[in-house]
Design a protein around this ligand. Structure first.
Ligand code: DGT
Ligand code: CA
Ligand code: CA
Ligand code: ZN
Length: 576
């Protein structure tokens, strides 16, 4: 039994337990065990079981261990089978519809006898759902939208989940004795915020087609198809999709470039090649006479075409080929350029740790400052800080600073932008902070005009240093609110307000597609981890990837400045 298959069963059990109204903690125990088993990343759990290591794995308790042992010994789990018999499969699918929880599913099942997504959709359309107690037309509509959303997004993952999956797949590919080199390609290498499938390119000593085929027989595979000469597409039991492209070492560089995409970028490069009497045929570069040009790496590939190297993040078909032909590819911002962070939450609002711990964690990452930006009073759902708490927080920050050398904690705030565009708190309170992030956390459903007016009004407040997560979107779960982003960018440039590129992988807004416009308007971008724990400080790295996709250079990013310069920037704006 392999990790992936066992983890899949455990997580299904967790969902079934929850669905049957079982104990939440019990359901969560199965979820944690699934994570722990997946992390073991082995094709032979039996070995770990026999050696006694399995029972020592943290995250696995007696009940979950019994299930895993069942799986190892019989390939099946009696408990899982029992649960499945008691619960129609469709209910599990219904649980994944955004906005549908256990309670609602029970009402739907009892009231209408519905046990599948299709039946649910029908009932939402023909009005039966709306007539159920506690439902109504609005809820029915929401559920319809949720179903459509689920259908569209079922195979998509956020960047960090895809990256974690790819890391495991890459390790497995590199263990193959015939493979001399393997690298991640596709949207993941381009650092897209949402990833469809994992693509890996592998250079094989010999017979790439056979090597590719051997992966279709690996454990945990549900379906596999051959695509192209020596490529395979694999779908695993847990829904993970994986494209493996096997090539001979001589084709590796071009194959890697091609599999990295995007499709539009590949087309643009092909068109450019044609103007120079060259062609990309399959995984090789050829001249007019049909002769193959030897290419050792991507650098050589681009220069053979008379192009500057195009970093993978820019390969989106946004005129990067044209820029490369003019040697006008910018020198993109890097993680090492970041000198501090400004969007972090402590226990003063909804963060999980104290200020000193966050400061230490930031210092350990090589940064020289960390700004605390807890929620303001109106954000009651997030434990927003009462006016009276501000003094205590500032005293604590002073004490932490007195104990640190070469590092400074800044006094920021994430103030709610109220419905009329005013910032939370009064002027005197706002004046006490070093800088202010203004964010929208309520009344998301205003129409485009109202919402734009609200944000534009906030930009007029001289206290505002940074507009936080400007679109409010939550990737794969909540649409951005209606907002005229061009108007916001233009005014932010005019007023000298920075825009945030929120580095939380669920947000990643300002969207990279808007970054070039921000840059043209002279708007500085703050890359903010929106950290609620020390670990989340690492989100900055993901944010930097997105900033690179937005063609940003170090000089375009607010927190590549020193603490003093950030403070001066905030003060300048306030005194304007
Ligand atoms: P995604 O997966 O929807 O997040 O987005 P992408 O951009 O990763 O799209 P995908 O996975 O469909 O394709 C990635 C690239 O792989 C695309 O530019 C076409 C390329 N590709 C397709 N088949 C082959 C092949 O057999 N060999 C090589 N080298 N590349 C291939
Ligand atoms: Ca892909
Ligand atoms: Ca693919
Ligand atoms: Zn926020």
């Amino acid at each position: 039994m392999d990790s992936r298959s066992a983890a899949h069963v455990l997580s299904q059990i967790g969902a079934l337990v929850e669905l049957q109204g079982g104990n939440r903690f019990k359901a969560r125990a199965y979820e944690s065990a699934a994570k722990a088993i997946l992390g073991l990343d082995t094709d032979d759990l039996g070995h770990l079981n026999r050696s006694g290591e399995l029972e020592k794995v943290s995250g696995i308790g007696p009940a979950t261990l019994a299930v895993v042992r069942d799986l190892i010994e019989t390939g099946e789990s009696r408990y899982y089978d029992q649960l499945r018999q008691a619960t129609p499969e469709g209910l599990l699918e219904m649980l994944r519809v955004p906005g549908l929880g256990i309670a609602k599913i029970h009402i739907i099942r009892e009231g209408l006898g519905i046990e599948s997504l299709e039946e649910l959709e029908e009932a939402a359309r023909d009005g039966r759902l709306a007539r159920l107690q506690k439902f109504g037309p609005k809820t029915a509509e929401k559920i319809l939208k949720g179903i459509a959303f689920l259908r569209e997004t079922v195979a998509l993952s956020l960047y960090p989940q895809a990256a974690e999956e790819a890391r495991r797949l890459l390790a497995a590919v590199r263990r193959h004795p015939e493979i001399v080199r393997a690298e991640i390609a596709g949207s993941l290498r381009r650092r897209r915020e949402i990833v469809g499938d994992v693509d890996i390119v592998a250079a094989c000593r010999a017979s790439p087609a056979q090597v590719a085929a051997s992966f279709t027989r690996s454990p945990g595979v549900r379906r596999a198809t051959t695509t192209g000469e020596s490529s395979v597409r694999i779908r695993y039991v847990d829904g993970t999709c994986f494209d493996l492209h096997c090539v001979l070492p001589s084709d590796f560089a071009v194959a890697w470039w091609r599999a990295t995409g995007s499709a539009t970028h590949v087309d643009d490069v092909r068109a450019h090649a044609a103007t120079r009497g060259l062609a990309v045929a399959g995984d090789s570069l050829t001249n007019l006479a049909g002769g193959t040009i030897a290419i050792d790496d991507e650098d050589a590939f681009f220069s053979a075409l008379g192009l500057a190297f195009i970093p993978p993040e820019l390969r989106e078909g946004a005129r990067e080929v044209e820029a490369a032909a003019r040697s006008a590819i910018p020198s993109l911002v890097e993680l090492a350029d970041i000198r501090g962070v400004l969007h972090c939450h402590s226990r003063y609002s909804d963060g999980t740790t104290g200020i000193a711990e966050l400061a230490t964690a930031a210092q350990a990452r090589g940064w020289s400052y960390l700004g605390i930006s807890d929620h303001s009073e109106s954000a009651f759902y997030a434990g927003g800080m009462k006016r009276e708490a501000v003094a205590a927080q500032h005293d604590e920050i002073d004490a932490v600073n007195a104990a640190l050398t070469g590092f400074r904690v800044l006094k920021g705030i994430e103030a709610d932008i109220l419905a009329d565009g005013r910032l939370d708190y009064d002027e005197e309170t706002l004046d006490r902070f070093d800088y202010v992030i203004g964010s929208i956390h309520s009344r998301f459903s205003m129409d485009g005009t109202q919402m734009t007016d609200r944000v534009l009004a906030a930009l007029d407040d001289p206290h505002l240093t940074i507009l936080g997560h400007p679109t409010g979107r939550l990737l794969l779960s909540r649409e951005p609110y209606a907002l005229d982003m061009d108007a916001v960018i233009e005014k932010a440039g005019d007023r000298g307000v920075a825009l945030e590129l929120n580095a939380d992988p669920h947000r990643l807004d300002l969207d990279w597609r808007h970054c070039p416009a921000a840059k043209r308007n002279g708007v500085l971008i703050e890359i903010g981890p929106d950290a609620h724990s020390p670990r989340a400080l690492d989100y900055v790295e993901i944010g930097v990837g997105i900033a690179r996709k937005g063609w940003l250079e170090a000089g375009d990013v607010l927190n590549t400045l020193s603490a003093e310069d950030v403070l001066a920037h905030a003060a300048r704006r306030r005194n304007r």
